[in-house]
Design a protein around this ligand. Structure first.
Ligand code: DOR
Ligand code: ZN
Length: 442
């Protein structure tokens, strides 16, 4: 397919890596960024007026569950990447808790093949730390890297022993990948289903204390110090955890962390009503934790926002709270929540927004992207900061609809998503985006 030549005209370009926040044109040709500048000559390019819109390096969600292979009734790589581009993401990193687990090169290669067939968002597989994520034997980490994995994690579960975590950090330090840990002491978590505190007690739900997360983060920071390896905290959720990360960073340890939108927007008060769409792991915490997530996002101690997009079928969620699986979908609600709760409240600048959703996740994973540099692949998110968006769960592109944000009205959305110079999503609700003709998807 011939890649088009576009001139994105008059948008507000926010590109922190190149020190840019201002009205610029962006010329895309042959799949790459040709030029970024004021009043670029049109030449043969198709001009698309993007005035009033925001043009940013492609957003990268470093924590999603695409469920393929094995749980295609929840999501597939095709439906998950369709959800990603509708949410403004040009790339996603997918967790290995598929069936089979992504603990060997053949699984990684299968995922990459499916992603290429879908032709929507880029997919960066994350390999398992241990075989079957069982916490017994290390996976062949160098093989996983050679097959295309960008990090390793046993997400859904913690890396079970300190010795395995130590070895994982040592091996990945040699091949330049981070270890992403789902930090939770399984014995303290027990069969808890909600944050241990006033609300869980009042509702008769078994608790998961914040300390289950904090202890594990302290362990992993200590091991990152021992090994010099790179440790990334998945879905950090408590104020004690953030304190531990800040102390680790101050000591010069290679630790980074991500926070999911639900952890800076919601609290465990949402448990009232026992909606299984507020059940996720880690659970919604207290207001003081939510407020600290916001502080960390503002002051830089939180490195990335990642959704932990965890699709589950309606039949699996339509059960008693205790029996429902953990997780909510997040790809299509992230940008509206970030605009509404972080940007329009004045908490963060657009530069910081782009750092959290593009620059830093790309840097942590060591993948291309995060900047609109001439010569780079044209992975671009075009966002509509003032668009009124009402979340309609039934209309989500994801195969699963398990969101707690159904019916919410938020300010800020996605206009169009461009991957490798191809328009893979254009929002029909944004008049200017109608000038784009998205590629047809089977
Ligand atoms: O809520 C969650 N869902 N947390 C996890 O750690 C795993 C994920 C899933 O795979 O459903
Ligand atoms: Zn996860």
């Amino acid at each position: 397919m011939k890649l088009g030549s576009f001139l994105l005209k008059g948008g507000r370009v926010v590109d922190p890596v190149n020190g840019l926040d201002g009205t610029r044109d962006v010329l895309i040709d042959g799949g790459v960024i040709k030029a970024v500048g004021a009043d670029l000559p049109v030449g043969a390019a198709q001009v698309v007026d993007v005035s009033g819109l925001l043009v940013t390096p492609g957003l990268v969600d470093m924590h999603v569950h695409l469920r393929e292979p094995g749980q295609e009734h929840k999501e597939t790589i095709a439906t998950g990447t369709a959800s990603a581009v509708a949410g403004g993401f040009t790339a996603v990193a997918c967790m290995p808790n598929t069936d089979p687990v992504n603990d060997q090169a053949s699984v990684t290669q299968f995922m990459l093949k499916r992603a290429a067939e879908a032709g929507l968002a880029r997919v960066y597989p994350i390999g398992a730390v241990t075989l079957g994520s069982k916490g017994e034997h290390l996976a062949e980490i160098a093989d996983l890297k050679a097959a295309g994995c960008v990090a390793i994690s046993d997400d859904g579960k913690p890396v079970l022993t300190a010795l395995l975590m130590r070895r994982a950090l040592e091996y990945t330090a040699m091949c330049g990948m981070p270890v992403i840990d789902h930090c939770e002491d399984p014995t303290l978590k027990g069969d808890g289903v909600a944050h241990e505190g006033f609300n869980a007690s009042r509702l008769g739900l078994k608790g998961i204390p914040g300390e289950a997360e904090e202890l594990w983060i302290e362990r992993d920071i200590t091991l990152a110090g021992l090994t010099g390896g790179r440790f990334h905290v998945a879905h950090l959720s408590t104020r004690g955890s953030l304190r531990a990360v800040r102390v680790g960073k101050a000591r010069g340890i290679n630790v980074t962390c991500e926070v999911a939108p639900h952890h800076f927007v919601l609290t465990d008060e949402a448990l009232e009503g026992y909606d299984t769409n507020v059940k996720m792991n880690p659970p919604l915490r207290e207001a003081a934790d939510r407020d600290e997530m916001l502080r960390g996002i503002v002051d830089g101690s939180v490195d990335a926002i990642a959704t932990d997009h965890a699709p589950h079928h309606a039949d699996e969620k339509r059960v008693e709270f205790d029996r429902a699986p953990f997780g909510i979908v997040g790809l299509e609600t992230c940008v509206p929540l970030c605009f509404d709760r972080l940007v329009h409240t004045g908490l963060i600048t657009l530069t910081r927004f782009v750092e959290l959703l593009s620059v830093n996740p790309a840097r942590i994973l060591g993948v291309a992207g995060g900047a609109l540099t001439p010569g780079a692949a044209a992975d671009i998110s075009i966002l509509a900061p003032d668009l009124g968006v009402t979340i309609d769960a039934a209309k989500l592109v994801s195969k699963s609809k398990n969101t707690p944000f159904g019916g919410w009205s938020l300010k800020g959305g996605v206009a169009a998503t461009i991957v490798g110079g191809r328009v893979v999503y254009a929002n029909p609700d944004v008049p200017r985006a109608r000038a784009f003709t998205p590629v047809s998807v089977a």
